[in-house]
Design a protein around this ligand. Structure first.
Ligand SMILES: [Zn+2]
Ligand SMILES: [Zn+2]
Length: 163
């Protein structure tokens, strides 16, 4: 919360070169199945939340933008490729997965369902395993060291020992 009780959200890209801060209420949260969003996120659909009514600041670095149509720019980290923004004439959306706490941003609507991939609805029925359940086939997991930026703001990044 800010001093005047406005909610504060933070987030950024995987490598930490780009960080953002949102102050104020988030707008509609959604997933979009359209082909443009699939491609831009390299994913089955794009999770986005509108920051139209809030204040968005880039607190470290800034996204690079690709103009994906005459009306839309898509922002991403030029260093690591994390998709970050969707900017249309009616405002900016941020990628929900890039927030430090994506669990608190619940999508309420799906867009672009004409392009929904045929297996998306059956994914929750697939068998599921923890990451570490894969140790036998992926022994490198035992001493894996993450270079991903942590899910909170940092004074310095990357850490001294790696920079
Ligand atoms: Zn990055
Ligand atoms: Zn879309």
């Amino acid at each position: 919360m800010s001093l005047d009780n406005r909610p504060i959200y933070t987030g950024g890209c995987q490598c930490g070169a780009v960080r953002f801060r949102v102050e104020g209420a988030l707008g509609d949260a959604s997933v979009c199945h359209c082909r443009m969003c699939q491609k831009a996120f390299g994913a089955f659909y794009a999770p986005l939340v509108s920051v139209r009514g809030a204040r968005l600041d880039w607190t470290r670095g800034e996204p690079k933008y690709f103009r994906s149509s005459n009306h839309v720019d898509r922002g991403f980290c030029a260093d690591c490729g994390t998709p970050l923004t969707f900017t249309a004439p009616d405002g900016v959306g941020l990628a929900i997965g890039a927030f430090d706490n994506p669990a608190e941003i619940v999508p309420l609507i799906q867009w672009g369902i004409e392009a929904k991939l045929p297996y998306v609805d059956s994914i929750p029925q697939l068998p599921g395993e923890d990451t570490m359940a894969d140790m036998s086939s992926a022994s490198y997991l035992a001493d894996l060291v993450s270079y991903q930026h942590p899910d909170h703001d940092t004074e310095q990044w990357p850490p001294k020992e790696r920079s």
